[in-house]
Design a protein around this ligand. Structure first.
Ligand SMILES: *Cc1c(COP(=O)(O)O)cnc(C)c1O
Length: 405
């Protein structure tokens, strides 16, 4: 191994970290402790959260909830799947995308990805549509908007829903429109790791007059808080948010434009700097779209290197770069829970009773697998200056030259 970094790494400072919470959060929490109740319904903090959310995402029906997973489960619940109904989804995502589908006895159908945006390939989505398909779930990976124009055309053509998983894409835009507004549902996460966060929380929203009015009930045990009636007409979980979470989330959303402008600049700047590095491919953003760069995922053309992805990542880390080799370990369908169809105590009723013949052991999405085999995930945040990112790019260039063929 080279000892080029024995003296001083090229990135000679720790990765900058933004201050995540400040006086905005403190002011809301201080007001909150004067309240007689911390319940979400008509709570001042949750009311403020709704107003702040709708300022960015003008959607008529919104339900703040306990997590991104909950927001997606509520959207799927609102679609009222029949057992065995199918939802087409990306294989590179968080478990939260598929948990709700499976709990509703639906069948996640994995479609392959575009090799440069890492998002659903509309042509492959089209190939996976069957008579049982009820929805497409578009995951805007890392904050890069999916091709929503193509996906919404497919959804309209087949009269199926488009659910947008915006958990990683606060502030991202498709041709100027915020993600979550093109599809039938926008689903968002405030978990601690996202760039707009409150510890844990989420929000689901729609403009649909068909699905909208029942949305809140579906995240609140099918109780009707508007009429006060308690006569549940279907099975629905408790996915309520509470005032402490809403207070922090409302404060966070006031900073959304600033945070995303900085991230978008940083990500675009790093992508432009990496253009001159052979063997390293920056993510591709569709024309007119705004990537919010929750993280920065690049791919390596491994044939151009004499080292493995692991060795390249280690060399970058030795040069002080905040980078990891890979993202999730395998596509979601390769996780043991899918390979063993172990969804309900070792059973999967819809398969065991012949309602679906889905077998995850034979699912294959070659592009998704290739992406996970050769990608690098760079940490990126709104505190990273141009001069810091120039050091990162210089380190990547140096390592690429040293380990290149
Ligand atoms: C984080 C995430 C979720 C789940 O959000 P939680 O708030 O952790 O439940 C869902 N989908 C994607 C793509 C995510 O990144």
């Amino acid at each position: 191994m080279s000892t080029a970094n024995a003296t001083r790494p090229i990135v000679d400072e720790p990765a900058p970290q933004p201050a995540r919470w400040g006086r905005e959060e403190l002011a809301r929490l201080a007001a909150m402790v004067e309240q007689p109740s911390l319940f979400y319904w008509k709570g001042p903090q949750t009311t403020a959260l709704l107003a702040e959310f709708q300022r960015h995402y003008p959607l008529k029906y919104c339900f703040p909830c306990s997590s991104g997973t909950a927001s997606l489960h509520i959207a799927i619940g609102a679609l009222k799947l029949r057992p065995g109904d199918e939802v087409i989804v990306s294989p590179i995502t968080d478990m939260g995308s598929v948990i709700g589908i499976l709990f509703q006895q639906g069948v996640p159908v994995f479609a392959d990805l575009d090799p440069r945006s890492y998002n659903l390939d509309p042509a492959d989505v089209r190939r996976r549509i069957t008579a049982r398909t009820r929805a497409i779930m578009a995951v805007h990976l890392a904050g890069n908007p999916c091709d929503l124009t193509a996906l919404s055309a497919i959804a309209r053509e087949h009269r199926i829903a488009l659910v947008e998983d915006c958990a990683q894409s606060w502030g991202a835009k498709h041709r100027g429109t915020p993600v979550g507004l093109v599809g039938d549902f926008g689903c968002y996460s405030f978990n601690d790791f996202k760039h707009i966060a409150c510890g844990d929380g989420g929000i689901v929203a729609t403009n649909s007059e068909h699905h909208g009015p029942g949305l809140a009930k579906w995240g609140d045990k099918a109780y009707d808080r508007v009429t006060g009636s308690r006569a549940p007409d279907e099975l629905a979980p408790n996915y309520r948010i509470s005032e402490p979470q809403s207070a922090v989330a409302a404060a966070q959303l006031t900073k959304l434009d600033d945070i995303v402008a900085r991230r978008n600049h940083a990500g675009g700047f790093l992508a432009s700097l990496l253009q001159s590095t052979p063997g390293v491919l920056a993510p591709q953003v569709n024309t007119g779209d705004t990537h919010s760069y929750w993280f920065f995922m690049a791919r390596l053309e491994l044939a151009r290197f004499k080292a493995s992805r692991t060795e390249i990542a280690a060399a970058l880390q030795a040069e002080g770069v905040a980078v990891g080799g890979g993202y999730i370990p395998t596509p979601v369908y390769r996780y043991p829970v899918f390979q063993n169809h172990n969804f309900f105590g070792g059973a999967w009723p819809v398969r065991d009773f012949g309602v679906t013949n889905m077998d995850y052991r034979s699912v294959s999405c070659p592009v998704a697998e290739a992406i996970l085999d050769d990608c690098l995930t760079f940490r990126l945040n709104e505190a990273m200056s141009d001069s810091y990112l120039e050091k990162v790019a210089r380190a990547v260039g140096t390592v690429a030259r040293r380990l290149g063929r």
